[in-house]
Design a protein around this ligand. Structure first.
Ligand SMILES: Nc1ncnc2c1ncn2[C@@H]1O[C@H](COP(=O)(O)OP(=O)(O)O)[C@@H](O)[C@H]1O
Ligand SMILES: [Mg+2]
Length: 301
C-alpha cells in the first residue's frame, strides 16, 4: 500500500498564485521520502493539503488508502506533522505539550502520559519534561516538535524543513533520530532545500519547481547521474602547464589544480600519481557539491 497517493493536485491561492499545477506523486509505505525544492516551489502548500491546513483547488489525495475528501479524520490519524515554525505554547511544560496534543486525537490523558515517557526518552527530553518550553535550546524545541508529532503513533511523519536554521551538529543528531524512526517502520516525508539531507537520509526524492514535479527518483540512482566532482588540489611545488595537462587537470595557478574525479576510487589514484611525481599535496578539497550541481542543472532547464 502507498502511504501517499496524489493525483493531479492543483492549488490556486486567492489572488491567482498557482502554487501546485497538477502534481502526481506516490510515496510508498515505509519510505523515507524527500520533497526537494527552492523557496516558493510549493512544498509547504503540498504538505498543508496533506495535513488539512490548506484546501486544494483540485485533484485527489489518498493517505494510506483514505481519500481525504471522503474520510479526512481517518487520513489525519495516520499523520504526525512537524511544521517548520515552533508553534507550541512557549509557557507550557514539555510533557504537557506532548500530552495535550494527544487530546486532539481522542487519546486518554492517562495513556498519553504513559506514552509520552517513551517518546520523550527517545528524543532525549525526558530530563526536561517539567521544563517550560521557552527555556529549551533551539535543538530541544525542534525535538519537542517531533515528540508532539509522534504522540498518537502515526504511521507517517511529515516534517516541513525540519533542519532549516538548525546548526550542523544538531542536524546530524536529527538525521540519526529520523533514520531510527524510519527503521522502526514509520514512513517519513520531509521537505528540504538541503541537498545533503537528501543524500544522507532519504531513499526516494522528488524535486518540485514552480508547482510541478520535475524529477522523481531513487536517491542512490540520482547520485549515479551526478556530474563529475571537481577537486581543488594545492601543491607545495610549482607545476608546469604540461604536467598539469598530464594529470587531466586545469591549472588554476602555479601551485593549484582543478581535477575532475568521476568515481570515488579515482581519488586515491590521483593522490598516488601526484606523490609519485614528487609533489607534496598541501590541500585537497571538493570544489562544489555534486548534488547541488545536478539540482541547478534540473531546475534551470
Ligand atoms: N496563503 C497564501 N496565499 C497566497 N499565496 C501563497 C500562500 N501561501 C503560499 N503562497 C504562494 O504559493 C507559492 C508556493 O509557496 P509555498 O508552498 O510556501 O512554497 P515552499 O514551501 O516551497 O517555499 C509561492 O508563490 C507562495 O508565495
Ligand atoms: Mg515552505
Amino acid at each position: 500500500m502507498n502511504a501517499i497517493e496524489i493525483k493531479n493536485l492543483v492549488k490556486t491561492y486567492k489572488g491567482g498564485v498557482k502554487a501546485l499545477k497538477g502534481v502526481d506523486l506516490c510515496v510508498a509505505q515505509g519510505d523515507f521520502f524527500a520533497l526537494l525544492g527552492a523557496n516558493g516551489a510549493g512544498k509547504t502548500t503540498l504538505i498543508g493539503i496533506l495535513t488539512g491546513l490548506v484546501n486544494k483547488t483540485g485533484g485527489q489525495v489518498k493517505i494510506f488508502g483514505n481519500d481525504i475528501d471522503v474520510d479526512f479524520e481517518g487520513a489525519k490519524k495516520s499523520i504526525g506533522v512537524v511544521p517548520q515554525e515552533f508553534n507550541f505554547h512557549m509557557f507550557e511544560r514539555v510533557q504537557d505539550i506532548v500530552v495535550n496534543q494527544a487530546g486532539y486525537f481522542g487519546i486518554d490523558d492517562s495513556i498519553a502520559v504513559r506514552d509520552s515517557e517513551g517518546i520523550l526518552k527517545r528524543v532525549g527530553l525526558w530530563e526536561k519534561r517539567r521544563a517550560i518550553a521557552r527555556t529549551l535550546s533551539g535543538g530541544m524545541k525542534r525535538r519537542l516538535m517531533i515528540a508532539r508529532g509522534l504522540i498518537h503513533h502515526p504511521r507517517m511523519l511529515i516534517l516541513d524543513e525540519p533542519t532549516a536554521g538548525v546548526d550542523v551538529e544538531l542536524r546530524h543528531g536529527m538525521w540519526e533520530y529520523l533514520r531510527h524512526i524510519n527503521a522502526q517502520g514509520t514512513t517519513i516525508l520531509l521537505t528540504t532545500h538541503y541537498l545533503e539531507e537528501v543524500e544522507q537520509m532519504c531513499r526516494n526524492c522528488a524535486i518540485i519547481k514552480e508547482g510541478e514535479i520535475v524529477l522523481l527518483d531513487n536517491v542512490r540512482h540520482l547520485l549515479t547521474r551526478m556530474p563529475q566532482d571537481t577537486y581543488r588540489v594545492t601543491l607545495k611545488e610549482r607545476i608546469s602547464l604540461e604536467k598539469a595537462q598530464a594529470f587531466n587537470a586545469v591549472k588554476v595557478d602555479d601551485h593549484t589544480l582543478d581535477i575532475e574525479i568521476k568515481k570515488r576510487e579515482e581519488l586515491n589514484e590521483v593522490i598516488l600519481r601526484l606523490a609519485q611525481s614528487g609533489f607534496v599535496i598541501t590541500d585537497f578539497h571538493p570544489k562544489g557539491n555534486r548534488l547541488e550541481k545536478l539540482f541547478l542543472e534540473i531546475v534551470s532547464k
